[in-house]
Design a protein around this ligand. Sequence first.
Ligand SMILES: CC(C)(COP(=O)(O)OP(=O)(O)OC[C@H]1O[C@@H](n2cnc3c(N)ncnc32)[C@H](O)[C@@H]1OP(=O)(O)O)[C@@H](O)C(=O)NCCC(=O)NCCS
Length: 227
Amino acid sequence: MMNNISKTAIIGKNVKLGDNVTICNNVVIYDNVTIGDNVYIWDNVVIGKKPMGVSTNFRKLQQEDKPIIIGNNCVIACGAIIYQNVKIGDNCLISEHAIIREDTELKGDDIIGGGTLIQYGVTIGERTRILNNSIISSKSKIGKENFISWGVSTVSDKHFGNDGYTEETVGPVIGDNNSFGPNVTVLSNISIGNNNTIGACALISKTIGDNGVYYGVPAKLVKTKDV
Ligand SMILES: CC(C)(COP(=O)(O)OP(=O)(O)OC[C@H]1O[C@@H](n2cnc3c(N)ncnc32)[C@H](O)[C@@H]1OP(=O)(O)O)[C@@H](O)C(=O)NCCC(=O)NCCS
């Protein structure tokens, strides 16, 4: 099938489009972007944006053009912004005004909700859903088949940005098949195992294992699941 590209879209150099790609009004696609088959890109999307530092103590930002890959059957909704060196696997939905920062990978069949920010260097496994207005902090690692409700935040350092960027800026490691209720906060330097339920508004401040139900501030193990 033919591609359908709006006259108002701006498409950079070395952009490879698959079959049956729709690109709507005012989309900007920077250089070195590869887009698979059956991809629908709604109005005002930006793909391939370079990161821009605002302070000298920020980590060194790479300004060379790095490739961006969008897999087959993805939908990128209005106003989403996807930075450089992002890989989005097949069958992903990136909802309205989501931001996916540089060096991040979504493995496939993932949903990123509207207004959600995925910071730089994050990996997200297959079939994970993150609802609206969540913030996944830099270098978080999230496994597959997680359900992350709206307004969930993860944190990557203890210094409130005062020390600038250090290599210790690392988000939590989250396993597979966990469910997070709305407005959960997960602090830095911890890991969460597999198959847990984290109740609404919980504060996860310590590493937790598998198969638990947790809630409260700070979160406590309320019960263990039969598996
Ligand atoms: C985990 C969850 C389902 C509750 O689990 P539960 O064990 O069935 O809890 P219950 O409703 O039986 O409540 C048991 C007790 O815990 C309390 N409680 C329940 N959830 C709580 C929470 N998140 N934080 C603090 N206390 C909580 C209840 O008030 C109740 O207190 P009581 O014993 O003094 O009466 C709930 O906290 C939750 O997160 N819901 C959101 C689900 C969701 O995300 N849905 C999709 C949204 S898109």
